[in-house]
Design a protein around this ligand. Sequence first.
Ligand code: NAG
Ligand code: NAG
Ligand code: NAG
Ligand code: NAG
Ligand code: NAG
Ligand code: NAG
Ligand code: NAG
Ligand code: NAG
Ligand code: NAG
Ligand code: NAG
Ligand code: NAG
Ligand code: NAG
Length: 703
Amino acid sequence: MASLSAVSVLFFCVVFSISFKASAERIKDKMYEPIKGAAACFRRLNGTHQFGCTSHRSGNVGVIHFIENQTDLDWLLHSATAEPYMAIIQPKMFTREVMLTLKASEKVNGIVLINNHSAERPGNFSHDDTCPNRYSGLSLVEETCNDTKPWNPAGTGLMLIDWGFPIFHIEDEDNISKLYECYQKHNAHDKDEQMSRSLCALEMNSFMIAAVDSETCIRRSSTTTILNHIRYCDPLGGNNIWSTLYPRLKAEETNKTVIVVAARLDGTSMFDGLVPGAMSPVSGIVTLLMTAKILASIAQNSSDIQSQQDNNVLFLLLNGESYDYIGSSRVVWDMQNRMFPMKPSSSATEQPPPLSLYNIGLFIEIGQISTLGRVPGNDTTILNFHQHQPVSNSVLNRNQMDSFILYMNQYGPEVGLGFKLMKENLPPASLQTFLAANSDIPGVVLTDHGSQYLNKYYHSIMDDGQELNYIYQNVTRDSVQKLVANLAHTLAHTLYCLINSTGPCDEPKVPETDTDSQLVDELFHCYLDTMDCPVFRAAANKANLNSKPASFYVGVNGYNSPIAKLTGLTLALLVNQTVNRTEEECHSDDSHRVFKYIWMSSNLDGTNSSGVCIKTTMNFSTAVSPAFYDIPGYDWTSGKYSTWTESIWREFTIRMFLKPSRSHENLTFSLGVVVLSLSFLIVYFANSRSHILFGNTLVTSSC
Ligand SMILES: *[C@@H]1O[C@H](CO)[C@@H](O)[C@H](O)[C@H]1NC(C)=O
Ligand SMILES: *[C@@H]1O[C@H](CO)[C@@H](O)[C@H](O)[C@H]1NC(C)=O
Ligand SMILES: *[C@@H]1O[C@H](CO)[C@@H](O)[C@H](O)[C@H]1NC(C)=O
Ligand SMILES: *[C@@H]1O[C@H](CO)[C@@H](O)[C@H](O)[C@H]1NC(C)=O
Ligand SMILES: *[C@@H]1O[C@H](CO)[C@@H](O)[C@H](O)[C@H]1NC(C)=O
Ligand SMILES: *[C@@H]1O[C@H](CO)[C@@H](O)[C@H](O)[C@H]1NC(C)=O
Ligand SMILES: *[C@@H]1O[C@H](CO)[C@@H](O)[C@H](O)[C@H]1NC(C)=O
Ligand SMILES: *[C@@H]1O[C@H](CO)[C@@H](O)[C@H](O)[C@H]1NC(C)=O
Ligand SMILES: *[C@@H]1O[C@H](CO)[C@@H](O)[C@H](O)[C@H]1NC(C)=O
Ligand SMILES: *[C@@H]1O[C@H](CO)[C@@H](O)[C@H](O)[C@H]1NC(C)=O
Ligand SMILES: *[C@@H]1O[C@H](CO)[C@@H](O)[C@H](O)[C@H]1NC(C)=O
Ligand SMILES: *[C@@H]1O[C@H](CO)[C@@H](O)[C@H](O)[C@H]1NC(C)=O
């Protein structure tokens, strides 16, 4: 009898808890509607400050309010009663003024940027500073930019503000409609009586665990407790790509000069995973890749032997330049410590000798390239050389620079290019890092713009190829594909003239720019439309490629972004030096470090081919600021090296639900209190009478 009652109580408990759990699950699903595929703003830190967004640990909640114009904004600021709110705004309202007003009002708990791709986009949209990299490069020694004459006039600097609430980005039209419908149904009517009814609300979670600044966070991360090791943030960084035209084999190379051709490899934006970077960095990367390809084909076809050349060309693609020149400052540091391009190894029988800053005979940097500066009705596209003043006085250095500009001006007009020399300040560029370390390096930065960026979407989610007027498989006489092919041809021929020490330069052959601009078209397709494209498929030897557009954010040290790897392989593929080796023999070994051997399917049209073994000087070098692991006791406030880190986060979630009215909430709460008190009373009663209710047996099972 006693055991029977115990068993029946247990059975009842189990059945009850199962059925209760199931119904709780269903209620929760009904209440919350998750919105998938939203991108979020996250927190970054430099040596002294924190920037970006975070939510509370358990997420931020607010009532949805759409802001389409000033009227909506004023209502929120002055008449709204159901705070806190989640402001939902379109790109045209996502300005510095509106955003700062919302932050200061303390009425919002978060912001959603809805980006409807079919709607008209604003004329400018840039979230970096008006003076990008304001505190690094040459500005360590002199002023190179100020707000009266900024490089990026469209810059709002929204990326460099510590928001203290979450900001999400939603671009899926169905999701936007869902938000809008819920808002229209529950919130938009009778707005002054919002207090008295249930309202459509959002819960956003993007909690960041790092805080204050990089120094604090790195120090906390490196203190290991007995139980575990907690990481709070990661240094930004990745890999630079380098390659030389001729292999650097012997020690005599240490006294030869190289011409550096550089471009940056990264861009940035406010939102995680959305860094399209069409004009910066893609236009520069593609120009550099094509220049390397054309130069290699001239140099390999000509009869002269590499060792007769006094000069070599070093191609550099620098990563992390958007964050106080991480890549270039690491290259400079490596050069100063005789570790560039690689740390000498005592076990290697063959390795390139170290390069120093004094080996750089000329530095050419390719910046943003576009057709935006073209004057309608004029066949000549004008590009600009930016030169730093004062230029080096060394006569030898002056000569190379002068010949470079002379040749460019000689060959450019044949393909419709003109060049203007700007002798004012340098725009933000990797060259600044090199000049800050050695002001004798002669260098130019080649861009489409004069004293201000033509790109109105610099470092934002909208720098996506539309502004570049790029259309895949539509190469016309005026297209950007043709411009890049022509520029690459001019650069390659000029470079060859500078290094062809055996004699004077030939007139360049009329370029076969049709095949070249087809290839440029394919390259843009890879960088802007999808990474699963013919060129990347050939270079990556059929590896699995993501079909999404590439993201150019540098990422964190240790996580290698696919784009750096794919770009390095593409450079090797385009230079196209094949050797007769089988797939098994096609690999590099540790003691011969001058060449790498990489197996690729060399067919660019994406058809299957048996594959070839490519021999290349292309390699990667670290692009992580020396401040983190290499300089003991680094002064984090000095600004000498980049100190950018990115916070760790667990997840980004955003979900929509109906928030009950305040009176309803109060009622629920009061009811809860009543039920709680009642249940205490009943338990007390049952307990005190248990000998009567259950007899004398001991009931051990409980729910
Ligand atoms: C960090 O950024 C802030 C604001 O942009 C700047 O004032 C400060 O100098 C930077 N600190 C370092 C170490 O770069
Ligand atoms: C502002 O937008 C609201 C809809 O959100 C609309 O009803 C109102 O007419 C607009 N006001 C002006 C001045 O455009
Ligand atoms: C997006 O913009 C297009 C064109 O303006 C418009 O027809 C469509 O309704 C918009 N979609 C949403 C969800 O607002
Ligand atoms: C801003 O910079 C420009 C040139 O870069 C210079 O001519 C001007 O004097 C500077 N203005 C201020 C206020 O420093
Ligand atoms: C950016 O766009 C806004 C609004 O269209 C305009 O007022 C502003 O002058 C523009 N700024 C620049 C630098 O073009
Ligand atoms: C929201 O967007 C995501 C990703 O684009 C999509 O998978 C999901 O179905 C959308 N949700 C709704 C309700 O449209
Ligand atoms: C490089 O030049 C210096 C001085 O011009 C000379 O002393 C040295 O031997 C040279 N090194 C090599 C490897 O040729
Ligand atoms: C095109 O522009 C260049 C440089 O500004 C100028 O010299 C040339 O006269 C222009 N040609 C025409 C046809 O307008
Ligand atoms: C190609 O470009 C030309 C000129 O810009 C344009 O007229 C044409 O419609 C484009 N074709 C396609 C298929 O986009
Ligand atoms: C390089 O110089 C040699 C010797 O004068 C000449 O024969 C060759 O054509 C030059 N190469 C080019 C591409 O101009
Ligand atoms: C590489 O060179 C080979 C032979 O010279 C040629 O067949 C192949 O098309 C080239 N590949 C590329 C990607 O240029
Ligand atoms: C490649 O090497 C194999 C054996 O090593 C040889 O039989 C073949 O003729 C070579 N092919 C070429 C094109 O040199």
